[in-house]
Write a protein that binds this ligand. Structure first.
Ligand code: PBG
Length: 347
């Protein structure tokens, strides 16, 4: 009889493996394969990061992230509405401002002309977006707005002033909530910011707004294209003093557990692809939902790899998303979200 197993030993004269050791029958059809592991991600669990500028109707492609654009705060509304019709249920907003308006406190993070504030006001007023309860997630950080490009405020010696930083981050969070944000996502990594944000939101009557903490965020070279896109590279030094060392495991777990204790509603591991083990460890330590961020450099790697014929883009991206889910993530933040919404429909 012909074996259904590829590489079965009968014909070559070696002895057949014991029946109990034969695994391949268990996944010989598409449906059987689906019984072996994670189901395809639900569109509702995908988050699309978007860069917003103050040029109302602007739309410029980001050279290091082909296919991704910086949208003006008015132009972004039609773009999100279009994607909502394709199944989009959550966006993550980043602001991009000219160098000339950056200052030591990052005023443009939350001033009335701030692109994120303006975009949140317009997006939250859109009937299309509201009717399908699409989530407006606001990234909160100062690096896009400070003249020194660091994620917090600095003291006169050029070191992070933690207490002032978390007060400022809470203030920015409150402004975003007032402008229409549904979820606040601090990506700055300052100590105690989750508690500070939660506390201020509660005292202002916004205790219903969840916080998605970038809780295990590594100092990664894979943020390179993002820093181009947002013009947020540090003016001096690096972020290694407040983002996690790539080799750290205990620290990464403690950071997520600490943020959970401070009241974070969602945790995050970032980047996703080279930190799958951390996703799994955080998964094993907490019952909170975990988001994983497939960052700009992961997008660029997949995009350029496929463009140069190394693999098929759709197959490769779907495999990375499956791996991120298998590691234990519930929510995936990816620049591939628009394509994923299409690809998941085709499946
Ligand atoms: C801001 C921030 C960064 C990213 C998200 N928020 C850059 C950084 O920390 O340097 C990176 C996202 C990406 O690479 O896609 N703190």
């Amino acid at each position: 009889a012909t074996s259904r197993l590829t590489g079965g030993g009968e014909s070559s004269g070696t002895s057949a493996p014991p029946v109990a050791h034969c695994l391949h029958q268990g996944y010989s059809s598409r449906t059987l394969r689906s019984w072996q592991g994670v189901a395809p991600i639900s569109p509702a669990n995908l988050v699309y990061p978007l860069f917003v500028t103050h040029e109302a109707d602007g739309c410029e492609e980001i050279p290091s992230m082909p296919g991704q654009c910086r949208y003006g705060y008015r132009r972004v509304v039609s773009e999100v509405e279009r994607l909502v019709h394709e199944g989009l249920r959550a966006v993550l907003l980043f602001g991009v401002v000219p160098q000339s308006v950056k200052d030591s406190t990052g005023s443009w993070a939350d001033c009335p002309e701030s692109p994120v504030v303006l975009a949140l006001q317009l997006l939250s007023a859109s009937a299309v977006i509201r009717s399908i309860s699409t989530l407006l997630v606001a990234d909160v950080c100062l690096c896009e707005y400070t003249d020194h490009g660091h994620c917090g405020l600095l003291n006169p010696h050029g070191r992070i002033a933690n207490t002032q930083s978390i007060q400022r981050l809470a203030e920015v969070s409150l402004a975003y909530v007032k402008a229409g944000a549904d979820v606040i996502a601090p990506s700055d990594m300052m100590d105690g910011r989750v508690a500070a944000i939660k506390q201020l939101l509660k005292s202002e009557g916004y205790e219903h707004i969840p916080v998605m903490s970038y809780s295990s965020k590594f100092a990664s070279c894979f943020y390179g294209p993002f820093r181009d896109a947002a013009g947020s590279a540090p003016g001096f030094g690096d972020r290694k003093g407040y983002q996690l060392p790539p080799g750290s495991r205990g620290l990464a777990i403690r950071a997520s557990v600490r943020d959970a204790d401070e009241g974070a509603d969602f945790l995050m591991v970032k980047p996703a692809g080279v930190y799958l083990d951390v996703i799994r460890e955080v998964r094993n330590r907490t019952t909170l939902p975990i988001a994983a961020y497939q960052v700009s450099g992961e997008y660029a790697m997949l995009y350029f790899g496929a463009q140069h014929g190394a693999f098929d883009l759709k197959t490769a991206v779907l495999e990375t998303i499956t791996s991120i889910q298998r590691a234990g993530a519930d929510i995936v933040i990816s620049y591939f979200t628009p394509q994923l919404l299409k690809w998941l429909k085709e499946q």
